[in-house]
Design a binder for this molecule. Structure first.
Ligand code: NAI
Ligand code: MG
Length: 358
């Protein structure tokens, strides 16, 4: 058949972002060569903190227009030591996520072979989760303000916005995802004891949507108790859905329990495919290791595999994850997970595993 070409907008941005995106593009190239049925047409955008320092904006005013017709966005990390974090986050990542209504943030976590979890006695197979984070509203909707700045009577508000539309659609997405996994099991996380309005509405909508999925088992947890369950009984969890803030925190914990933030991926999905979806490692720009050549590229490989799934290239996606697991099992790993390899050595090994696989 005809060779498909996927148009990818690459936004490496700051810190180790360019290092891990370069690694991810090498793996994608190896997959395309190996498969033969598709190629990538990658356009790089120089958006990020350097652009902000030169021009006053992390991305151009028509930035979203420039990337809206791409098949996917491949994103590194944004954040610089000398720019406030709320400026970088709201200047680049959130305008893309919110402007493209990428309302489902999907964060798989598992312990890869060869990687040691900080949890005693927990190894590959004992922790295999997907966290679904509501990515368009909630605590990060941007509603709030400050008055009397700097005065003793200063007030700051940060208002969580939960809508029936927003909660219902993320709940459906999470139940669908739970249904697609072998255990067909979903845990709904809220804080509906202390927060009586939005969170109680979450619980009610969960129960309503659950009726549409009689084949999916579900339970619910308060977010504080959830941290305990994740640490003490990781096997008891499978698919998890939570608000923007709660899932942000829980997925950092999940990444740490799986061995390192450097292996944790994320996909910002517009399930209705009106806009391109965006794929990125969970980690940030990691100033402490920038330029040292030791950033772990595994999170970026894993999110590249999520991108391939989204594009419908499921064979290539699975091949990439098999290559990553083989390379981890062989002990070719960066220092954050106890190895001595560089980013490039891990990348070369993954590309070689892609080429060599039968
Ligand atoms: P971080 O994720 O950049 O780093 C936390 C720790 O994990 C550091 O010790 C770092 O060296 C290590 N680490 C992270 N990724 C790694 C990798 N691939 N390989 C090896 N080690 C890795 O988080 P931090 O330090 O809180 O934030 C740094 C900057 O990144 C800030 O400006 C923050 O706002 C930004 N940030 C951006 C995100 C994004 O673009 N989505 C997400 C999180 C933070
Ligand atoms: Mg986070």
């Amino acid at each position: 058949g005809a060779v498909k070409t996927y148009r990818i907008a690459s936004i490496p941005a700051d810190g180790i972002g360019p290092e891990v995106i370069a690694a991810g593009l090498q793996a994608l190239d190896a997959l395309a060569r190996r498969d033969g049925g598709f190629t990538f047409d990658v356009t790089e955008f120089d958006w990020g903190s350097d652009r902000f320092k030169k021009t006053g904006a992390l991305m151009p005013a028509d930035g979203r227009d420039q990337i809206k017709d791409f098949d996917a966005i491949f994103f590194g990390a944004v954040g610089a030591p000398d720019v406030p974090d709320h400026v970088t986050l709201w200047g680049l990542r959130l305008p893309i996520c919110q402007g493209f209504d990428q309302y489902a943030n999907v964060r798989p976590t598992k312990i890869l072979p060869g990687i040691t979890s900080p949890l005693a006695g927990v190894g590959p197979g004992d922790l295999d989760w997907v966290i679904v984070r509501e990515n368009s509203e909630g605590e990060y909707s941007g509603n709030g303000g400050r008055t009397h700045q700097g005065m003793p009577e200063e007030v700051g508000t940060e208002v969580s916005i939960f809508t029936r539309t927003g909660v219902t659609r993320i709940m459906r997405y999470a139940f669908e995802l739970a249904r697609s996994r072998p255990r067909k099991f979903l845990t709904v996380v809220t804080k509906s004891n202390a927060q009586r309005f939005g969170m109680v509405m979450w619980d009610e909508i969960a129960a309503e949507v659950a009726q549409e999925f009689p084949d999916v088992t579900w339970d619910k947890m308060l977010v504080d108790a959830m941290t305990v369950r994740m640490v003490k009984d990781p096997k008891s969890l499978d698919t998890i859905v939570a608000t923007n803030l709660h899932a942000d925190i829980l997925s950092d914990l999940a990444g740490a329990l799986a061995g390192s933030l450097g292996v944790a991926p994320t996909a910002n999905i517009d399930p209705e495919r009106r806009y391109p979806s965006m794929f990125e490692p969970i980690h940030g720009s990691a100033f402490d290791i920038t330029g040292k050549g030791i950033a772990n590229p595994v999170a970026t490989f894993w999110t590249a595999s999520q991108m391939l799934d989204h594009l419908g290239e499921t064979n290539a996606s699975a091949r990439l994850m098999r290559a990553v697991e083989k390379v981890c099992a062989d002990g070719i790993m960066t220092p954050d997970v106890g190895g001595t390899a560089t980013t490039q050595e891990v990348t070369d090994a993954v590309c070689e595993a892609i080429r060599a696989e039968n």
